[in-house]
Design a protein around this ligand. Sequence first.
Ligand SMILES: *Cc1c(COP(=O)(O)O)cnc(C)c1O
Length: 430
Amino acid sequence: MDHNQQLFERAQKVIPGGVNSPVRAFRAVGGTPRFVQRAQGAYFWDANGNKHIDYIGSWGPMILGHGHPAVLEAVQKAALDGFSFGAPTEREVELAEAILELVPSIDMVRLVSSGTEAGMSTIRLARGATGRKTIIKFEGCYHGHADALLVKAGSGLATFGNPTSAGVPPEVVQHTLVLEYNNVEQLEAAFAQHGADIACLMIEPIAGNMNFVRASVPFMKRCRELCTQHGALLAFDEVMTGFRVALGSAQSVYAQLIPGFEPDMTVMGKVIGGGMPLAAFGAKRAVMEHLAPLGGVYQAGTLSGNPVATACGLATLKEIRKPGFFEALSARTQSLVAGLAAAANEAGVPFRGDSQGGMFGFFLLDHLPQNYAAVMKTDGPRFNRFFHGMLDRGVYFAPALYEAGFVSAAHTEADVAETVAAAKEVFASL
Ligand SMILES: *Cc1c(COP(=O)(O)O)cnc(C)c1O
């Protein structure tokens, strides 16, 4: 009896597609989603009782692995004191202080409940602070499902986009410019034409929603220069990369490569909640002071800064700040990617992987793609066979080739070895 299949059939009767977020439905790879019964450390067990090595970790938040004792204790303790008050608490202040300490580009921060909310509010704040309408986003970057951001490039250079979702009127995206990632020429053309109207440029510095694609240093440098030159705000969407690729987030990685580099605004989520619904957006004081109740940009949330979520986030940040945490996490992640590469090489399967901190990606290609169109040229059916081969062997990678993967502090070298051994078999069968 397949309990995953049974649950999936039951779910499909009452929840659209059987899931509460589309990628969980396995549409890209086919087959039956695993319904998770419980998780501990680097593993979860599905409804059939099968154990999986989890390289998704809730799509990034579980950087310590599942059920970390210190986090669990903090959450249990917080829950005893109350679930939600709709009034301020000390832990919100503590979490804001911790974020400011770790990410020096942020002077003030507002807590919200999801990355979508944080991204949407960032756009509104950028528009309110600059008095401008136009925003730039890049094809293949995901910033949550707010209307103005569900948009793909139109035809031609630096055009305003077309909605990617039904229910988004074209008028709503008419101020969103969609450009190709890592394309300096398009970027320059867009600023040359629209510079005085651009409120903000929003970017995933290391794009994790088209597998794993880094913004090149020259491209990032140009983004910074052009925003400064034209009075636009550079908004880093670090919902995935924040506290995941480095303690100082992706902006600290770019600051090492580009002296003095800082974004103007930062969007955060995933790791800062440690698995609870918590996200944030922050910027310099002068920008953040446009936000209500200080300024005219409205933004609010009944559950914002939730006391249980902030406890979870604070406990998570406390662990990742311990000396050597990111060195060990990076080493484990690199060892996984190198192991997979060697296994593919042995089987003559093209493979290129990359990682930063505890985030990784790989392509069944002989090069690393630099933009969304190149990512989408990868061999989908082959990836799907790889995915299912690994799943059958108890290794859970993302069920779509355009998603990044995540290693946690709970993953051991033995887990990596088991994963690589499974990959050897699967690559040989491709
Ligand atoms: C996950 C993600 C979001 C959306 O966050 P949700 O909490 O799912 O709404 C936004 N931006 C990036 C880069 C993400 O990875």
